[in-house]
Design a protein around this ligand. Structure first.
Ligand code: FMN
Length: 372
């Protein structure tokens, strides 16, 4: 039943919905998608026919139960409008935000530019969100028994903004998320490529100050760090060396690609289109960073692998490289809502083929081979 429904949904999305959506400006599509998901809300139940269930995909991590490893990454649902939809389509978790304590307008529009042949979006939102006063009542209505991660932005809106003020701002948001009713984990986004600053919190001195302040909050829930998509491993290692000295349970690897020079583009991308690239251009680098992080940190930090996941193969590659969970956005937009169930069904087949009795057994199998 699930397989047939997913096949029908794929055909409908590919031949009916996507061609219409892709004729419109991506800013409009994002807006419509989120607002229709909000109206769908608790009525999203029928979408459950798209989900794939398998005991072998379940994991208990950080004291939370994940029905499967596939979830929504930060940025699709900035204002917590669609956790019910994420659960209904068969996600194992979702992430809301990145959010801030007070509302932020973000960058001037347009926020998005579509690269259909490259299978990527250029994102230049700059942390727009409606702020916690309005988001908290939504979080109180979140689905139960469904891990929800709240991503907190660590940003300045103007170049040269005082670092202590940025830390105080991020901590004000994180502190308000302490209440267990609101979220199950807090993700600290140190790597937004679209704001005025040059990601100072991806440098050791500023990161130490930030994480010392976050430790002091005693959040009593898992803390994740959203990592930048860096080509330079030694800079990346510097960040990990700081992280492992603090109360952080997982790293999300990784954010949008900022440096376009190394990206193989299959579409025209005018130089005046600002922003970081998602999707396919993130995939290889993210996989390599997952592999290196796993080899470097072992069990000290869990990894949530993000970037260019379109298929079960992409997700399984990340899991074998060391990711315990896999987050996605662009694959969902390009392939349709059934893709989460398709990926989970594909993961079940990979586990069967490789003789693993659980997804946990597959985590890091590639990286361990590399270490030998
Ligand atoms: C529309 C959109 C908005 C995003 N906004 C955020 C954000 O607010 N915070 C964040 O940490 N990452 C954000 N990202 C980055 C994603 O979480 C993810 O790291 C990146 O898109 C790579 O995953 P993907 O290839 O599956 O899209 C955004 C990505 C997209 C496509």
């Amino acid at each position: 039943m699930g397989k047939l429904s997913r096949r029908a949904a794929r055909a409908l999305y590919k031949n009916g919905i996507k061609p219409q959506l892709f004729k419109k400006h991506p800013d409009d599509v994002h807006h419509r998608m989120v607002s229709s998901a909000r109206h769908f809300g608790r009525g999203a139940g029928p979408l459950r026919i798209l989900a794939h269930k398998d005991k072998r995909l379940e994991q208990d991590l950080f004291g939370l139960h994940f029905a499967n490893p596939i979830g929504i990454s930060a940025g699709l649902d900035k204002n917590a409008e669609m956790p019910h939809v994420a659960r209904a389509i068969g996600c194992g978790f979702t992430t809301v935000g990145s959010l801030t304590d007070t509302p932020r307008r973000g960058n001037e529009r347009p926020w998005f530019y579509r690269l259909p042949k490259t299978r990527s979006l250029v994102v230049h939102v700059g942390m727009a969100n409606i702020g916690l006063d309005k988001i908290i009542p939504r979080l109180k209505r979140r689905p139960r028994q469904f891990p929800l991660v709240a991503s907190v932005a660590v940003v300045s809106q103007k170049p040269g903004c005082n670092q202590a003020a940025i830390i105080a701002d991020a901590c004000a948001a994180a502190r308000r998320l302490k209440d267990p009713a609101l979220c199950d984990a807090v993700e600290i986004n140190i790597s937004c490529p679209n704001v005025a600053d040059d990601q100072p919190f991806t440098r050791a001195p500023a990161l130490k100050k930030l994480l010392t302040a976050v430790d002091a909050l005693q959040l009593d829930k898992p803390v994740f760090i959203k990592m930048p998509n860096l080509a330079d491993w030694s800079r990346y290692q510097e960040i990990l060396d700081v992280i492992v000295q603090h109360n952080v349970q997982a790293v999300v690897v990784a954010n949008l690609v900022k440096d376009r020079s190394a990206v193989a583009l299959h579409d025209d991308l005018p130089a005046d289109v600002k922003g970081g690239l998602s999707g396919e251009p993130c995939r290889e680098r993210s996989l390599e960073l997952i592999r290196q992080t796993y080899a470097y940190c072992g069990d000290r930090l869990k990894i949530i692998g993000v970037g260019g996941t379109f298929t079960a193969q992409d997700a399984y590659d990340k899991i074998r490289a060391g990711a315990s969970l896999v987050g996605m956005i662009t694959g969902l937009i390009f392939e349709g809502p059934q893709v989460v169930g398709e990926i989970n069904a594909g993961l079940s087949e990979f586990l069967e083929k490789d003789g693993h009795d659980s997804v946990r057994a597959a985590v890091g199998t590639d990286s361990r081979l590399l270490q030998k």
